[in-house]
Design a protein around this ligand. Structure first.
Ligand code: HEC
Ligand code: HEC
Length: 392
């Protein structure tokens, strides 16, 4: 009886006007499911940071993330370059803090799933990444002793720090200061681990399709162009995109040479080839004494690929979630718009340095346009409770 009812409902759906029950094949539906936010695995713990999932550390980290006092000009916080109103980027080609950097600021939404941080992956944890930005002369330009002084001067910070990590070090205790600085980074990571991807229109569309129904509400519908673009995106033969932008974060998290260096710039950068060497000798890496990981928990570092022509000129494939709002694009921000990114994939020829992995495109101009339009459906609102905190 139940089966018969289901069959009848199925038949009614097939005949209903507007229903397109045959529009995605079972194989395509599986590809959609793989990209769907519902397929995102639970955030794995970070063994290098034992405070990573401590809610007190996350609250503390949130205050630090928005605190401009942590910079030599008193004007730059993490949030200056990772603004929640801009999908945690800054809208600039090159990030600007105390100085102007030579890199585009990536989003931090979903970054907690990454194994490697920065475009060249020269860091292997979010806490050690945060330490680098704080001391970088072009970003916050703030020495670790200055950070610890602020933790000492600000009563609320001292109280929070002590509750989580114990006493602050004595002045002049260099090793203690570095440890406290590391704890500061670990608190910031705990906050960043809450900056999680949110459902987009694309995700709601897929959810409806997986339930076997036609998307109806405006926040779960794709336009015809978006749907056509999605078809191209799913077809590796057509677009290649899924080779690198796959899984629910639309990235495989690894490094590829796509000829993305600025052809007009004087020098080309080594990318991952240089980044992995830095990660291996970093005093704040997984194997270092400031890491909370056991030696057998650093497999990514132990087995990282260090040599090989494919690392030269390779950069990390970024997530495409919210990508319509994270421009300008590429590691050095030299690509202004999504149209220009698409143009890169359409016309790509060789790489200024190393060997490009991209193959010649076989899509028409219209199909490329639709691909760009589809990317707009990956927008989502900022995650709740990650904006600037109200203090005390
Ligand atoms: C001056 C602007 C600026 C400031 C300030 C800044 N960042 Fe960034 N951030 C960047 C840029 C640029 C990159 C990429 C740099 C690179 O790859 O070489 C980056 C990369 C990152 C990444 C790596 C994301 C990924 O997927 O690889 C994280 C995480 C991050 N920043 C968090 C922070 C935190 C936390 C702070 C504060 C402690 C901070 N940033 C301060 C500009 C900034
Ligand atoms: C061989 C791997 C590979 C393939 C295939 C690929 N990408 Fe990428 N993609 C990358 C890498 C690597 C970057 C970052 C390059 C850089 O920053 O220098 C990138 C960057 C991007 C960006 C810019 C994101 C940002 O935040 O700067 C967009 C948009 C994008 N890709 C979309 C696509 C689309 C659409 C396709 C299919 C037509 C595609 N990609 C195919 C590896 C790939």
């Amino acid at each position: 009886m139940k089966h018969l009812a289901r069959l009848l409902v199925g038949l009614a759906l097939l005949c209903a006007p507007g229903a397109r029950a045959d529009d995605w094949t079972p194989a395509q539906l599986e590809l959609l499911r793989a990209l769907w936010i519902g397929n995102l695995p639970a955030l794995p713990p970070d063994p290098t940071n034992r405070y990573g999932d401590d809610p007190r550390a996350a609250e503390f980290g949130r205050l630090l993330f928005y605190d401009r006092r942590l910079s030599s000009n008193g004007k730059t916080a993490c949030a200056t370059c990772h603004d929640p109103a801009k999908a945690f980027t800054d809208g600039r080609a090159l990030a600007r803090g105390v100085g102007v950097t030579d890199r585009n600021a990536p989003t931090i939404i979903g970054a907690a799933w990454n194994t490697w941080f920065f475009w060249d992956g020269r860091k292997d944890s979010q806490w050690s990444q945060a330490l680098a930005s704080t001391e970088n002369p072009l970003e916050m330009n703030f020495p670790r002793a200055g950070v610890v002084d602020l933790l000492r001067r600000d009563r609320d910070y001292t109280r929070r720090y002590r509750a989580i990590f114990g006493d602050l070090p004595a002045r002049g205790d260099a090793e203690g200061v570095t440890r406290a600085f590391v704890n500061y980074g670990k608190a910031i990571e705990a906050f960043e681990r809450r900056v999680l991807p949110q459902p987009s229109r694309f995700d709601r569309y897929v959810a409806a399709k997986l339930e076997g129904r036609e998307p109806k509400a405006s926040n779960e519908k794709l336009s015809l162009d978006e749907e056509m673009g999605l078809r191209s995106f799913l077809s590796v033969e057509q677009s290649q995109c899924l080779r690198c932008h796959n899984g629910p974060l639309f990235t495989n998290g690894t490094f590829h040479n796509i000829g993305s260096q600025n052809r007009k710039a004087a020098s080309s950068e080594e990318g991952r080839a240089a980044g992995v060497k830095k990660a291996l000798v970093d005093e704040f890496n997984c194997r270092g004494k400031y890491s909370d990981a056991a030696p057998d928990q650093c497999a990514e570092l132990d087995f990282a690929r260090v040599d090989g022509a494919q690392l030269v000129g390779a950069f990390k494939a970024p997530s495409l979630r919210n990508v319509a709002r994270t421009g300008p694009y590429f590691h050095d921000g030299h690509v202004k718009s999504l149209d220009d990114v698409i143009w890169h994939y359409r016309t790509t020829q060789g790489a200024p340095l190393g060997q490009s992995e991209l193959e010649a495109a076989t899509m028409t101009g219209t199909e490329f346009d639709q691909l760009r339009i589809f990317l707009g459906s990956l927008d989502s609102p900022a995650p709740a409770d990650t904006g600037p905190p109200r203090r005390r």
